[in-house]
Structures are given as C-alpha cells and as structure tokens.
Design a protein around this ligand. Structure first.
Ligand SMILES: [Zn+2]
Ligand SMILES: [Zn+2]
Length: 219
C-alpha cells in the first residue's frame, strides 16, 4: 500500500519512473535540445550566427551550454521541484546532463540559491547539478559566490529591472587567477543573474568562465 503511494511517478507522463532518471526513459527521449548556436559563445539561437546579441552585449561567459528547452516533461519536473513536491527528483537531475562535451574545469560552482529559486524550497537544483557534473568530470565542486545583499525575487520583476536587481548582489572573496570555472544553473530566462555571476568571477581574475544550464526558458 505504502509502496504504491510513494512509488516514483514520471513528471512527464505520470507513468512509472523507477530508474536512475528523474523522468521515465520515454520522456527523456522526448526532451528537446537546440539546433542552432552562436559560433562564438554557444548560446542557442533560432538561426545559426557567428556572433550573437549575448556576445555583443558583453555576456561575460566564454562559452555557454544550454542543454534542453524548458518544455514538456523537463518543465513539469522543474516546476514540481520548485514547489517542493519532488525533492528526490532534484538529486537525480544530473542524470539528464549531457556532460560529455564539457571540458575539464578547475572549479565547478553554482549560482547562489536565493537567486535561482522562485519559491521557498528545500531542494537547490543548481547545486545538485554542479555536484553531479563535478563527479562526472572528475572535477571539484566549490562554492565561490556568496550573496552580498538581499534582492527581490527575479520572477517578480520586468525584464529590464532584473539586471538592476542583481547588480552588485554577489561577492567572490578569493582570487581565481589562472582558474577555469564552470558556473552551473538549472534554468536561464533573461540571463541577468548568470551574467552578473560571470562578471564577478571575471573580476576575481578567473581565467575562463563557462556556463552550463540544464534548460533554457528563453527560446
Ligand atoms: Zn514519462
Ligand atoms: Zn554568442
């Protein structure tokens, strides 16, 4: 009886989901990635381009990897994690990461939790993802960014206010000279938070800052 109640259910189709994946294998196969990218920074685009608006506006990252579109089963799953319904799913999110293309980094880190969470929750998907990637690539997870001040939740703000809201919101109190950093988050929308994090990491002298995001809510 209890087993029935607590048996893992796929966030995409409601079917059984017993394996290591946070959604069933059919729903995993249905997740869609992107077909066109910026040649310079890797940002997904509607059509292929040599440079993109992100590069031109000083995105701060050297390279960005956005794995899947924020739709279907993945969207359902992330929403449920954010509402705290699926804490176990957060720990399994890493199984969806296609990390084979990621190079070796000195430090793998995440966007501080307050800035990514939309609702009060126990799970911090960006942290789970960062730890998973660290293990998978034999890298080291380390927390390098801390909150500098309290900010308004990003989702409450209009697009142009989001950059202002996060400006100066993070601190990195160590020198990252000579280090290649991978910054990890679970979802990107306007990119304001990630860009500000990159800016702070570069200011701390990071040699290279790449970004991995599980899902893109922008295209
Ligand atoms: Zn499913
Ligand atoms: Zn670009």
């Amino acid at each position: 009886m209890l087993r029935e109640i607590f048996a893992p259910v796929c966030a995409g189709c409601g079917g059984a989901c017993e394996g290591r994946l946070p959604v069933c294998s059919d729903c995993q196969k249905g997740l869609s990635g992107y077909g066109h990218f910026c040649e310079n920074c890797g940002f997904p685009l509607k059509v292929h381009a040599k440079v993109c608006g992100q590069c031109l506006s000083g995105a701060g990252w050297d390279r960005i990897y956005i794995d899947y579109k924020y739709t279907g089963a993945l969207r359902n799953l992330l929403v449920q994690i954010k509402f705290g319904y699926r804490i176990a799913g957060a720990g399994k999110l890493g199984e969806l990461v296609r990390a084979d293309f990621l190079q070796k980094y000195d430090i793998i880190t995440d966007v501080p939790s307050h800035f990514t969470r939309r609702f009060r929750r126990l799970a911090h998907p960006a942290h789970s993802l960062a730890e998973f990637i660290a293990a998978k690539t034999s890298g080291r997870y380390e927390k390098v960014l801390v909150r500098n001040r309290k900010t308004e939740y990003q989702y409450k703000l209009r697009r142009r206010m989001r950059a202002l809201n996060v400006k100066g919101a993070f601190l990195c109190d160590r020198d990252l000279s000579g280090l290649k950093i991978l910054l990890v988050d679970d979802i990107i929308t306007t990119g304001a938070t990630v860009k500000e994090c990159c800016r702070v990491l570069k200011k701390a002298n990071a040699e290279r800052v790449d970004v991995y995001v599980l899902s893109g809510g922008h295209v």
